[in-house]
Write a protein that binds this ligand. Structure first.
Ligand SMILES: [Zn+2]
Length: 253
């Protein structure tokens, strides 16, 4: 997962001018690839200078596979989660937080009210403000929990990085800039410790190799021999993220 310079292409055929399709060009991509995310979003990545025709043919060739995956995604969407969530569980560190809705008036705020107890205070019909406050807490909590873990992992493998920060992105779990800044997605908190450690190893290896070359993977494999399986699990990790983390909320009145 690199910070790639990837302009987004327009969608080329009318047939593909539907929700949830992205076609982008990547200077780093060597071949065409397609991914279907758990939300049903489809992303096609094309090497720079691919012709429209090539991309269209690629999509046609894989259309039945893509449709099957989208159908699966729709089936797995599951029931609506309640909001505010009654509990928040973090697989990464085994924490299970209870969420108490204290209610009251004014702007909603989230407060740590005890060990593994969050309190939401204020007017909870302002759903958007509640979700914003929860997300701010999630970001702070991810920084406090994940960054020290990353530092420990870096010491363990003898790699240094310049700094780390937490982001909340829908499509990438981490990145490493040429200057040695490692970004971690706050949603890593919802992944298993093994998977989180693999992501750390992956980004730390980028401080030596700014690419996904065989040498890069060799370094990853040295510290995370099961990286292939863990990488697949991470790719699928979005389905373990509760919907409030990215949901769009309308205020109740
Ligand atoms: Zn990478």
């Amino acid at each position: 997962m690199l910070d790639a310079d990837t302009p987004q292409l327009p969608l080329w055929s009318d047939q593909d001018r539907v929700d949830g399709w992205t076609i982008r060009q990547s200077r780093r991509a060597r071949r065409l690839s397609v991914r279907v995310f758990h939300t049903g979003r489809v992303e096609v990545v094309a090497p720079a200078r691919s012709s429209q025709r090539t991309v269209q043919l690629f999509i046609e060739r894989h259309r039945s596979w893509i449709e099957r995956k989208r159908e699966e995604a729709r089936r797995n969407a599951g029931p609506e989660e309640s909001f505010p969530p009654p509990a928040i569980a973090f697989s990464a560190n085994g924490e299970a937080w209870k969420v108490h809705v204290a209610g009251g008036r004014g702007r909603p705020r989230v407060r740590v009210a005890g060990p593994a107890l969050l309190s939401i205070e204020g007017d909870i019909t302002r759903r958007r403000s509640v979700s914003d406050a929860l997300r701010r807490w999630l970001m702070r909590h991810a920084a406090a929990s994940l960054i020290p873990q990353l530092e420990a992992c870096a010491r363990e493998v003898g790699v240094s990085f310049r700094r780390a920060l937490i982001r909340r992105q829908r499509t990438r779990w981490g990145s490493c800039s040429a200057r040695g800044t490692i970004s971690l997605n706050c949603c890593l908190l919802f992944q298993r410790p093994e998977v989180v450690r693999y992501l750390f190893i992956h980004e730390l290896a980028h401080t030596h190799h700014m690419n996904h070359s065989p040498r890069f993977w060799h370094e990853v494999a040295r510290h995370s021999p099961e990286y292939r399986r863990l990488d697949r699990e991470l790719l699928d990790g979005w389905r373990r993220v509760p919907s409030w983390v990215f949901g769009d909320f309308q205020d109740g009145r």
